[in-house]
Design a protein around this ligand. Structure first.
Ligand SMILES: [Zn+2]
Length: 310
């Protein structure tokens, strides 16, 4: 079992052995946060200049082919050591953090982000203090050519207490967030899995739950963000955000309407990461809603789309 104490000790060892790492985490103290209320949800905004590389990264295949893969062991800093978690994966400290605990769980093999890895469930079972999150290849992954997911403490995600409150732990199965009796700017599927045959069956369809390409309408396994965690009753929880676009229109604007925001799982779960101060200061509730409507699914799309996945 991985506890917060073990993780803190791991951070202490890596801070000691890996010069420069601590500065990246100290810089988090200088990031600013503010809240925008939308419907019944508080959306967090984080101004984090350290994330510009990731937010603005080129993830087209020719850009990927030109750079050495930074997740392959051969190209990682020698000081970056793994924390034992699950077989086949290296659990590493993310050197460009969003959170004070920010781990990247990297496949030992150089293989693409093709579908949601079910090993996230084993990881959540091993580390009930953490929430694990996955960015599909066209939904915020900055290294879609090397399979990985990430983790932070559960308290960081505004969506988690909402899901735990409105999807009772004893109601196993999949429900749409549009069934929650509250007004949310983000639409998703919430799943509670019990350790029984029905639960295992439901788990097996997880890699088949994803969105579609907004241009062609075709289902696209890269269009998804997923959160996996174990709740306080040790029920397995999964939230799936099907996606239809990688980045919103405002990302590409050539004038003052431009906002550099490139949503991944963290953003879809209610914390928008903004690497530019002007975007952090100016972003409005209307803009937040268009980010979620353009990149995620609208309530109608979510409810129409589920039968296709099943
Ligand atoms: Zn690689």
């Amino acid at each position: 079992m991985l506890t917060l104490e073990t993780i803190n000790d791991f951070y202490d060892r890596q801070f000691r052995d890996w010069p420069g790492l601590r500065e990246h985490y100290d810089a988090l103290l200088k990031t600013q946060r503010r809240i925008i209320h939308i419907g019944d949800m508080n959306i967090g905004l984080q101004f984090n200049p350290g994330r510009i590389k990731s937010t603005a990264s080129n993830v087209d295949s020719s850009s990927l082919a030109r750079r050495p893969c930074f997740l392959c062991k051969a190209n990682r800093p020698t000081q970056q050591q793994p924390l034992p978690l699950i077989d086949g994966w290296d659990c590493l400290i993310n050197p460009y953090p969003i959170f004070p605990v920010h781990l990247t769980i990297v496949s030992k093999a150089h293989e693409p982000q093709e579908e949601t890895p079910l090993d996230m469930v084993a990881a959540a079972d091993q580390a009930p203090c953490l929430a694990f999150f996955y960015n599909g290849a066209r939904a915020g992954a900055s290294a879609p050519d090397h399979l990985h997911f990430q983790a932070t403490v559960k308290e960081e995600f505004p969506i988690i207490p909402i899901v735990e409150r409105y999807h009772p732990a004893n109601k196993s199965g999949l429900i749409s967030s549009t069934e929650f009796p509250i007004d949310l700017p983000i639409n998703f599927w919430s799943i509670v899995i019990l350790p029984d045959p029905d639960g295992m069956q439901l788990l097996s369809i997880l890699p088949k739950l994803y969105g579609f390409d907004s241009k062609t309408g075709s289902p696209d396994p890269g269009m998804v963000n997923v959160l996996v965690w174990m709740d306080s009753e040790r029920k397995l929880r999964i939230v799936v955000f099907p996606r239809k676009r990688h980045r919103p229109e405002m990302y590409f604007a050539k004038d003052e309407r431009q906002r550099i925001v490139s949503p991944g799982a963290v953003d879809m779960a209610g914390l928008l990461i903004l690497p530019r101060q002007e975007d952090f200061e100016r972003l409005t509730a209307e803009e937040v809603m268009s980010i979620y409507d353009e990149c995620g699914l609208t309530a109608e799309e979510l409810n129409d789309y589920l039968p296709l996945c099943r």
